[in-house]
Design a protein around this ligand. Sequence first.
Ligand code: XUL
Ligand code: CO
Length: 439
Amino acid sequence: MEFFNNIGKIQYKGKDSTDPLSFKYYNPDEIIDGKKMRDHLKFALSWWHTMGGDGTDMFGCGTTDKTWGQSDPAARAKAKVDAAFEIMQKLSIDYFCFHDRDLSPEYGSLAETNAQLDIVTDYIKAKQAETGAKCLWGTAKCFDHPRFMHGAGTSPSADVFAFSAAQIKKALEATVKLGGNGYVFWGGREGYETLLNTNMGLELDNMARLMKMAVEYGRSIGFNGDFYIEPKPKEPTKHQYDFDTATVLGFLRKYGLEKDFKMNIEANHATLAQHTFQHELCVARINGAFGSIDANQGDMLLGWDTDQFPTNVYDTTMCMYEVIKAGGFTNGGLNFDAKARRGSFTPEDIFYSYIAGIDAFALGFKAARKLIEDGRIDKFIDDRYSSWKSGIGADIIAGKADFAALEKYALEKGEVTGSLSSGRQEMLESIVNNVLFSL
Ligand code: XUL
Ligand code: CO
């Protein structure tokens, strides 16, 4: 059955096209640097927002029908698969990401829930064989059901911890079954509201225990991909443990998890942590922890996780600049953890919003490549640090200068003002505009 029969396969029509149902910048099969654009960008559909998100918010019910014509949960789960594969195929999206419960809901018992999930993953696996669609990553929804009200791995209840472990075990199996190259831990309710009722030390130790078990089990069933942590500073809890990339790196290193885990950086989470998206990507990159991206954007005037489709080309450019500097995606990709606004409620809006996000990243990719090719920014940075290449700078880096030697140097030198140069921020920002607007 076709769900979107008034929409055909979205074609690349170039930047002069005014057809809203066409790509202006994303030409999936265009070869750039010996690789198709689709393989550079590795776009993924998010099963939760796209297949399940109906516009419900805390002030009102859904505005769009995501029942896919079925009232029975098992039949709906199957219809969702059909609709998801149709959307991916029509938008030339090669990957999808899922929470276990997005694919198939909870039933009466964990055993029944698992058995129903198997039926759905069998069905997806068959559709993958037919279409070639791939799984970017999977995860477990250990934050929705009331049992997770105080967290999953960080719950004060050992029973909840055990239940979470069982759920993650199954979600890992589903990820491996669907060929996923990533498995995500997003903190969900792993955080706290008040220290008056919280043993933070035990909660963090337990979170690490859960992750260690996931790594051991995952590797034992043939999961060779990356585990990811997705940092987020707040929402739903006041203080999420995985605040930002730097915090998460400290956690991973304390518990010896840094070899198996990389970052899944989400744009809107970065801005909630008062960082730019690029900052989070850069921290991940320089620590060898860059993994994957949840592509979206927030609204600076709102300050919560609005998960909007990304359209800000300046941000997508600086994002792709970091991705290129990190050597491109390996196991990761660009997952649209994004939803159309509640008022954008028709089936076409799914397509308009993905086209907007995809084109914004295609443009960002092209702009980032030009920025690097142009070379002015890189050369400026290189020159700015030239004092580290010879003389006292080279001695410091080589470990040849201690405090006594540096004091002698400074005393002989007197003042340093003469060797300071301008940071030229405004000039550099104007170079970025120059590159962006001459694409
Ligand atoms: C929540 C969020 C999640 C994760 C997966 O803010 O981003 O959807 O990406 O659990
Ligand atoms: Co996310």
